[in-house]
Design a protein around this ligand. Sequence first.
Ligand code: DGY
Length: 322
Amino acid sequence: MKHRVFLTRRWPESIEAKLQERYDVSLNRDDRPLSPAEFKRALQQYDAVCPTVCDSLPAEVLNVPDKRCKILGNFGVGYNHIDIAAAKQQGLIVTNTPGVLTESTADIAMTLLLMSARRGAEGDRLVRAGLWKGWCPTHMMSSDVTGATLGLIGFGRIAQAMARKAHHGFGMKIMYVKPSPAQQEVVDELRAIRCDTVETLLPLCDFVSLHCPGGNETRHLMNDERLSLMKPSAHLINTARGDVVDSQALISALRDKRIAGAGLDVYEGEPNIDPGFLALDNVSLLPHLGSATIATRTAMGQKVLDNLAAYFAGKDLPDRVI
Ligand code: DGY
């Protein structure tokens, strides 16, 4: 008898096919987020359920007494959408997909940094609207990226990959905040300077990029008070999780030009976006594209597959969260 596996969303075809060779796989053919009742049913009916960041899994959804499921193979590195304490209490194993989306997510952070600095999205809108009147010495002037200072809040894999692109590619100076100092070889390679607190880093940077996990501990880390510590010429980049930034505070800071711009890939309550952002020209908005390359999404699926294979073979799991 094949193990029963449920994917809450459609995955790249090559990975779905590999899973189907090994397991009795059910796909969410509509490719839409599941309701809590549908997710609970999946926990009752399948040996493994594979959620994504779109599945909000609080304790009440995970609390299914007669469940068959033993493992949640999360398709993604972040797992703040899963109540990990509740999953543990329910005896569920949780795995994730670290390492394989580092470069693609750092690429999107750099894309947003460049778009925000050089007013890329605004320029595109202007051209499409037929409003461009031709080259002019003072038209759409913007900020230099080369040689500017980049501050990273969180200095894990993705932040370090971004720092490499920024430092080696654009000669940017790198500063970071992290509870403990980064490895000496990384510090030496990037000439990275550590700040003890977010408050000391913010006034020193031309660009600030967020790379901390989401969840209660970092909710609204970038609030009104901290946004006011940024330079008026600075830009905020968020490819981490939407709730790390207080949207209302950011909208006011951008509207009042207390900071120059922002580049966002993630949002509080996504896919709903605060209409306040849509009315602003100095914010670049992407639809959570961090890991959205064919190779990365395929590698993420392969990671889930490797974890499931290890679990069903009774081996150690390569990416066990709990
Ligand atoms: C993750 O892996 O956590 C991303 O946000 C989804 O690409």
